[in-house]
Design a protein around this ligand. Sequence first.
Ligand code: GAL
Length: 140
Amino acid sequence: MDCCKMSHKLPHHVSIHGGLYPSRVITVSGIVLKNAQRFYINLCTDSDIAFHFNPRFDENTVVRNTEIQGLWGTEERSLPFNMPFRQGYSFTVMITCQAECYSVSMDGKHLLDYAHRLKDLQSIVHLEVDGDLELNSVIV
Ligand code: GAL
């Protein structure tokens, strides 16, 4: 018999009631598609993308950026070790909002920090996930 594991339709939108604040944690779990090129997790205000977290298999890194009034800022691309996401493999990403940055871990291991560019944390009230993944769980 086939198992019926739940996965969310994409793009998947979640409201972050009350907005972000230091110590708030967002957890996203899924499986990267076998032929994946890219996927993203966005933390957004009503108009801007405060944090775009964008694993790219076609470039073998995780691009991070902020989009304000339709304009992307400078990308952050460095990683402390090789690209941790793998096509066909499951992952759990935890994004902890801290006072100065987002601290991101993958499968329990710290991956990177992203200094806040959009500093009105309370206004960050939407989470969006889309791209080449099976999305199993989002906890805000
Ligand atoms: C662009 C891409 C966007 C976003 C952005 C991040 O090239 O089209 O989807 O990933 O880079 O800097």
